[in-house]
Design a protein around this ligand. Structure first.
Ligand code: CO
Length: 355
């Protein structure tokens, strides 16, 4: 596992289109990769579109589930003005302060990506009080450069068409990269690299389960059905989390830092994480001399909050790659943090500390 391979996969996953409920591009990519590289003993897509995979073990001591979500936040067309402008509703938790003026992509019925811009009343026409207020998404529109309702429909855009912000992947200095949908294509990248690591390996005592889960941003849907099917005895959701290590934020309020390695959650708004799982993570990290950080409670909601409620209950936790500006048009992260997250999860599986 080198940073180049991590970067390549991050780029491919990030550039795929996968707004909640419209995730086939992402799930098909992942399914093909697992099958082509023979990364699991069993792989399939379930009725809602989750990609599930199992790496069997003869011992079958525990059934450990790793979950990462395939979807990204976006929007859905709710109305087409006669003049060809689109009205839209949001899918997932956008920061509406940053929507205006953004470039967007929409996926047409034939699968073609069309470009647009989010507009609203121009600043020259707004009053001083209007300018101080945050514009609601209902007052914004998407401009496709088209001039009529008919032209829009002819291009394969209709009520129900989805889209997301346009932000092609780019390299930054110091092994940092930027792109869209890092929440949670980063988790998908971690899981796929973990599968590669586990492939070249001595036998593992636990059965390892994977759920590349749909619709996290719309209520953590796929996490529920995937965990039900896979019957884990413990689970870890692998996420991207808010690194607010930026000017103006006090240390005591920064959930995690870029460059300090994987973040282990003790609690977020959806779960008090299993102390047993966290101990196995931390003791193995110490054993292997791996970097990690503890994420400050209680920020965010994760698939783990749903997975823990499966059947009679599943002790669960969350491990995240620190990332700046999630739920905004672009995110920024450090490739070493992804590599170190893969290492931590591999150590968790192999369990040299014997917990
Ligand atoms: Co997420």
């Amino acid at each position: 596992m080198d940073l180049e391979s991590i970067k390549n996969l991050q780029k491919q996953l990030s550039n795929l289109f996968g707004v909640s409920g419209f995730e086939d591009e992402v799930s098909n990519f992942i399914l093909n990769m697992i099958e082509n590289e023979n990364l699991a003993d069993k792989t399939w897509k379930d009725p809602l579109g989750n990609v599930l995979a199992i790496k069997e073990s003869s011992e079958d001591q525990n059934r450990i589930l790793f979950d990462a979500h395939t979807d990204e936040i976006g929007f859905m067309v709710s109305y087409i003005e006669k003049s060809g402008f689109l009205r839209f509703v949001l899918i997932g938790g956008w920061d509406i302060r940053i929507l205006q003026g953004q470039a967007v992509i929409l996926k047409s019925q034939s699968g073609e990506l069309l470009h647009g811009i989010i507009g609203s009343k121009p600043p020259h026409l707004t009053t001083a009080t209007e300018r101080k207020k945050i514009t609601d998404a209902t007052q914004m529109y998407i401009d496709l450069g088209m001039s009529s309702n008919e032209e829009v429909i002819k291009a394969g855009i209709d009520i129900g068409t989805v889209g997301t912000l346009y932000d092609p992947f780019e390299d930054f200095p110091n092994n940092m990269v930027r792109g869209k949908a890092f929440d949670d294509r980063t988790g998908c990248n971690v899981l796929l690299h973990l599968m590669r690591q586990l492939k070249e390996s001595s036998p593992i005592n636990d059965t390892i389960l994977f759920n590349f889960a749909v619709q996290e941003e719309f209520g953590r849907i796929g996490a529920v059905t995937g965990a039900f099917k896979l019957k884990p005895t413990m689970a870890i959701a692998v996420e991207n989390t808010t690194a607010a290590d930026v000017p103006g934020i006090k240390d005591s309020q920064i959930p995690v830092f870029i460059g300090k390695g994987p973040a282990i959650t003790v609690a977020d708004k959806s779960i008090i994480c299993s102390p047993h799982i966290n101990k196995r993570l931390i003791e193995n990290a110490k054993f292997e001399k791996l970097s990690y950080q503890i994420k400050k409670p209680m920020y965010g909601l994760t698939d783990a909050g749903k997975i823990q409620l499966t059947r009679e209950g599943v002790p669960s936790s969350v491990v995240s790659v620190p990332c700046r500006y999630i739920h905004s048009p672009t995110s920024l992260l450090k490739l070493e943090d992804i590599a170190n997250t893969v290492r931590l999860l591999e150590a968790f599986v192999r369990n040299p500390a014997n917990l």
